[in-house]
Design a protein around this ligand. Structure first.
Ligand code: MTE
Length: 323
């Protein structure tokens, strides 16, 4: 982003052939439940099935949720999704997160939820995930660097979690914070990359919108470290940098939080950062994008194709301006 142009290339030998992932997509889309387990079913309670735990210790149980794909959308392969990443806590190259995150320990994990709410408390993620109904949402992810992917996430709408903390009337925004563990995250050992911890924010109505998703997994399994284990946001109509990874703190606030990229370069990265083909980044066009795995660029869609679901939240805003 700020530090590099979007020149990183994925090695084509690492990309699953199209037939293979189309086939995989059929399998996934046709099964309403994925079975199996984590640590013989004890780890995530009802959300796992111990029967196949010897084959796969990370697979989740979930139902199919909302997925509005266009006819030209194809699920990206697991290899694409887990080797072409942005997670500067592990380094700035696309392959750093998958290659340098082996020492990261995703569990046990606590999320501290507080600020302007009636019921602040810490949640033990293992306990929390145990009995909730997980769903799969297949969303387009559009990075501000003008590449995109289609990813099958597993999780819950963020609103489901937030409601339990009973935000008060003065709560207008929410701030999210990534874990700070320089011993396990080599990128955090240098403050020249970004000021740590990584911070993001949403307006309360954006956070409560049904599309805003809290992901614990992808492709039917717990999140790999490089994709933001064990808990991350997915906000499909905003540039990818809003989808903060490895969250440890959630705070209801009165003022708009200062998100990390806006703090670093306020003329290049905004707070709202809604995907918008009409507003270019100062250093490159946003009118087209490269879908990972495809050769030709395709047009970028307003709100990344989710205008029907989210456009009403920005009715007072001029869509030709940078926010
Ligand atoms: N969250 C943290 N904590 N650190 C990061 O560097 N990168 C963001 C976002 N969340 C980032 C982050 C960016 S720029 C993008 S495009 C997405 O994560 C990429 O998610 P993915 O690697 O799972 O595709």
């Amino acid at each position: 982003m700020l530090l590099r142009n979007a020149k990183d290339k994925i090695n084509h030998s690492e990309i699953t052939p199209k037939e293979t992932f189309l086939n995989r997509r059929k399998i996934i889309l046709s099964s309403s439940f994925f079975l199996p387990g984590y640590l013989s079913g004890k780890f995530l309670g009802n959300n796992v099935n111990a029967a196949t735990s010897k084959n796969n210790e990370k697979t989740l149980r979930y139902s199919k949720g909302y997925s509005k794909l266009n006819s030209d959308d194809t699920l990206n392969s697991k290899i694409d999704i887990t080797t072409y990443n942005n997670f500067y806590e592990f380094g700035t190259s696309k392959n750093d997160p998958s290659e340098k995150s082996q020492d990261f320990k995703a569990f046990p994990w606590t999320v501290d939820v507080g600020g302007l709410c009636l019921n602040p408390r810490k949640i033990d993620l293992r306990e929390y995930i145990k009995d909730i109904d997980l769903e799969e949402r297949i969303y387009r992810l559009r990075c501000v660097e003008a590449w995109s992917m289609v990813i099958p996430w597993i999780g819950i709408p963020l609103s489901k979690l937030l409601k339990q903390f009973e935000p008060v009337g003065s709560a207008k925004y929410i701030q999210f914070e990534t874990v700070y563990r320089p011993k396990e995250m080599p990128g955090q050992r240098s403050r020249r990359i970004l000021p740590w911890p990584y911070i993001e924010g949403l307006r309360l109505d954006e956070a409560m919108n049904d599309l805003t998703f809290l992901a614990f997994g992808l492709y039917g399994e717990l999140l790999p470290n490089q994709n933001g284990a064990p808990i991350r946001l997915v906000i499909p109509w905003k540039y990818g940098f809003k989808s903060i990874k490895s969250i440890v703190k959630i705070t209801f606030t009165k003022e708009e939080p200062l998100n990390t990229w806006k703090r670093m370069a306020p003329r290049e990265y905004g707070f709202f950062a809604n995907v918008n083909p009409n507003v270019d980044h100062p250093r490159w066009s946003q009118s087209r994008e490269r879908r990972i795995g495809e050769f030709f660029r395709r047009p970028t869609l307003m709100f990344n194709g989710y205008a029907e679901e989210v456009g009403h939240m920005y009715s007072g805003m001029d869509l030709n301006k940078f926010y």
